[in-house]
Design a protein around this ligand. Structure first.
Ligand SMILES: C[S@@+](CC[C@H](N)C(=O)[O-])C[C@H]1O[C@@H](n2cnc3c(N)ncnc32)[C@H](O)[C@@H]1O
Length: 265
């Protein structure tokens, strides 16, 4: 499926490129949304760029598959599922629209081994205030163990609900704030996911947020000798086809690809 925009004309915004399946481990697309419409909500702080989810679904799911997002925010995953003929189920502590169900991602109300794909874009430490609910993982500082322990429970649920052979993806950024320790959230979360599921790959997704367009932030980064977050990790995993109860905490295979990156369509 290709989404193309109409040709440029005076007064129109520059044309968005057609959606393509990304082929390297460096992903980039100049817009938060593809096509003429919006997926999720552009006003929602922390929404996932929809082409990221679209690409994952192209590679790891088939039409009619069930896709779950346990921290669904503005519903980007559900909109991409609708566009691509997948069955989306979205949960959040603070649903922003009627098709998102209320649930704590540490207790996903779905049967074990029942879904084909799980996508999650969790809070990255306390950078964004979401609902303010004290169960919100965005209330937990990534400099403290509680943040990782809570997300580990979410990962346990993701692994539980996945069918054997199904895939999961985690989209996340590291955290740096002035006067605080640097938090390598991506590395920490990768290790936790890998103790539950097979690792498939890690993709670096170019960030295009508003701060990165402002000159004063770039000057501050030079003057203060820090870096602006230029990328997000997209970490992709697979539940082994034959579930191995010994796997949790076991060492990864020494080398080689698992052969799971073929397109399933
Ligand atoms: C980065 S946002 C997700 C953005 C979403 N992918 C989108 O495109 O709009 C993280 C979400 O996690 C939710 N959240 C935080 N803690 C949660 C929990 N314990 N259970 C379920 N959702 C939670 C927040 O309410 C917020 O909507």
């Amino acid at each position: 499926m290709k989404h193309t925009s109409r040709p440029n004309s005076p007064g129109r915004r520059p044309e968005k490129p057609a959606l393509e399946v990304q082929t390297t481990t460096l992903w980039d697309y100049p817009s938060q949304h593809y096509g003429e419409e919006m997926q999720g909500d552009k006003e929602y702080v922390g929404a996932t760029p929809s082409y990221v989810i679209w690409n994952l679904l192209q590679r790891y799911t088939n039409s009619g598959d069930t896709v779950v997002d346990p921290m669904c925010g503005s519903g980007t995953t559900l909109d991409v599922c609708r566009d691509t003929g997948r069955v989306g189920r979205g949960f959040d502590l603070a649903p922003t629209r009627p098709d998102i169900e209320r649930a704590d991602a540490r207790h996903i109300p779905l049967k074990s081994s029942s879904v084909d794909f799980v996508f999650v874009d969790p809070p990255y430490s306390t950078h964004v205030r979401y609902s303010g609910d004290d169960r919100c993982i965005g209330e937990l500082d990534a400099a403290e163990p509680g943040y990782y322990e809570s997300l580990d429970k979410v990962f346990g649920e993701m692994a539980r609900i996945l069918k054997p052979g199904g895939h999961a993806a985690v989209y996340v950024s590291d955290s740096w704030r002035k006067g605080k320790p640097f938090c390598a959230i991506g590395f920490e979360l990768f290790m936790r996911m890998r103790s539950r599921l097979e690792s498939v790959d890690i993709v670096c997704v170019t960030r295009h947020n508003r701060k990165l367009k402002r000159g004063n932030w770039h000057r501050a980064a030079v003057d203060g000798n820090f870096f602006l977050r230029g990328f997000n990790y997209l970490m992709i995993f697979r539940k082994p086809a034959a579930a191995n109860p010994e796997r949790k905490g076991s060492a990864p295979p020494a080398s080689g690809k698992s052969g799971t990156q073929r397109r399933r369509r």
